[in-house]
Design a protein around this ligand. Structure first.
Ligand code: ADP
Length: 248
């Protein structure tokens, strides 16, 4: 079993758009509980890679497995979300007219497919989980505030909290600290380190100092495949990576 001990496994994945190879022989392996950072210049294929994992884009060829048994290419986008892959886009999309509590509750209801939400009450396990998530996302003191009143960073955390209410095994996060203050960035690092272990995380990020605070392993994408992989120090010292970042 070649996929043993992996939460995500991509092998020789290819995608072309009108003959342009956006993903060109991509291989990737994420271990359970790992926090992986993905970097790479614009156009490297980072977004397309996440689109493939979440079922938004179908590859032309290759293998995409979730765990050792689930072939993601046999599932569509909503099924993949239900399987436990949560994705957060760069811009926060919380419900501004609802409170922090209501946003988290709504995320749970959506996940559970609750139809008559007027009669929905959290059971004690769900209440405990919500309280735990509130603590994790640094919003325990803001439960009854309207989401629209939160700072940009707090909205980002709330959206991560909404994903957590759906018990994801793998979280894909696109530039999570973009636009955050230094303090919010530091607290986001703390949040990710808390999530690591219980969840696997894939973080696409440009902020190298943020990556330095959270990461064990960094993957550098370029021209639709992996250019380098290792610790941040290793990839930053790699001649090919330097060349790509300093302009070819
Ligand atoms: P990144 O997120 O690393 O900046 P992308 O995955 O967005 O890179 O894009 C990789 C390449 O594929 C880019 O050159 C982009 O222009 C191209 N591309 C992405 N999506 C499409 C599409 N739907 N149609 C045509 N070209 C696309």
């Amino acid at each position: 079993d070649t996929t043993h001990g992996r939460i995500l496994y991509l092998e020789d994945v290819h995608v072309s758009f009108d003959g342009f190879k956006a993903i060109n022989g991509l291989n990737l392996d994420i271990a359970p509980g790992e926090l992986r950072c993905i970097i790479g210049p614009n156009g490297a294929g980072k977004t397309t890679m996440m689109d493939i994992i979440t079922g938004k884009t179908r590859p032309d060829s290759g293998t995409v497995f979730f765990g050792s048994t689930i072939d993601l290419l046999r599932h569509n986008e909503p099924q993949i979300a239900q399987l436990g892959i949560g994705r957060k886009f760069q811009k926060p999309t919380v419900f501004e007219q609802l409170t922090v509590f209501e946003n988290l509750e709504l995320a749970l209801k959506t996940h559970k497919g609750v139809k008559h939400s007027m009669f929905f009450r959290l059971d004690s396990t769900q209440s405990d989980r919500l309280a735990e998530v509130l603590h994790t996302i640094h919003l325990a003191g803001s439960v009854h505030r309207m989401a629209g009143e939160l700072s940009h960073g707090q909205k980002q955390w709330l959206e991560i909290g909404m994903l957590l209410m759906q018990d994801p095994k793998l979280l894909l996060l696109d530039e999570p600290v973009a636009g955050m203050t230094d303090d919010e960035t530091a607290r986001t690092a703390e949040l990710f380190l808390r999530l690591k272990g219980q969840h696997s995380l894939m973080v696409v990020e440009h902020d190298m100092s943020f990556i330095a605070t959270i990461s064990e392993k960094v993957t550098v994408l370029c021209d639709g495949s992996v250019l380098a992989e290792g610790t941040l120090a290793q990839v930053q010292a790699d001649e090919r990576v330097i060349e790509v970042y300093l302009g070819r």
